[in-house]
Each structure stands twice: as C-alpha cells, then as structure tokens.
Design a protein around this ligand. Sequence first.
Ligand SMILES: [Zn+2]
Length: 170
Amino acid sequence: MAIAPGRTITIRDQRECVKCHALSWQICYGIRYEKPDPTADHYLKHMFWACERCGESSEEAKEVPEPTERVMLIKRLLKVGEDYDVKTVSMQSNGKGVILTVEFPDYDPARVRRLAYKMEDGFINVTELMELHQAGFHNQEDREKLLLRPMRYRRRENVRRAVFGTNIGW
Ligand SMILES: [Zn+2]
C-alpha cells in the first residue's frame, strides 16, 4: 500500500454536516492519497473536513484515476509560474511532448524585492524609487504583493489565516 504524503492547501466547501444536520461551510485540513494495491489503476483520495460551525470532523473517500506521467509532469511544470518570479509561463503540446516557455520579467526580482524592503524601512533614494516604479510596483499594495512572493510563502500564509481566522476553537 503506497501512501502519498499529504499536502497543505486550503480547500473550503459547503458540505452536509452530520452534527448540524445541515449544509455548512467546511474546511479541508488534510488530504491523503492511498493506492489500494499496487495493481490498481486508481487511487483512493481521503479528504478530512472540519465543520466551521460546530467543529465536527468527517472523512470523505473517493476513487480518483491514476494520473499519467504526462499529467503529473505538466502540473509540475505549470507550478513554475507560481513558485518563481516569472512574467508568463505557457505550454504548447503536440502529440508526443510539451514545450514549456518561460518569460522572465524585465527587472531583477531579487533586486526589486530588496528595494521594496528598503522602502518599508524608509531608506530609499529617488533613483531606487524610479526603479521600483519602472518594474511596475507603484503603490503599497504592489509592494506588499512583491514581498509576499514567491507564491509558496503566500500559500503557507493563507493556510495559517484560514486555520486561525475561523472560530472552530482549535
Ligand atoms: Zn457542523
């Protein structure tokens, strides 16, 4: 029996709660994939839910088709756009393969991020401010977005917010 490690992503959905006897907002706090046996062509996907109203947890299990190597690789390649400071990620597919095209931004993301930090501290000169503007970071909101990159940090932050922002009591 193979068990894929769980991942932390935020999933929220309306589900029937056995304790509330009604539809309620629930948050998924865990996902586990399980291969029933090595010859099976599907996985069992276990999702663990907690009711936001009463805190009752429940488990949902459903069969999902085994992803092909192609699907898994395409998913991984597309994540490049979420995990790195790139301008665009596009993918072309033909019968036998895929071509990934990554377009980098005109600015140096690491430098621009350093400038944004400097600005937070209030030690930025006009030339540096111009540089930030030219890179497209004009206001506080733009700069906050920049500082929250790469996305993997932002995602972790979202999970924390989702967990602690609710009144479940754990
Ligand atoms: Zn409930």
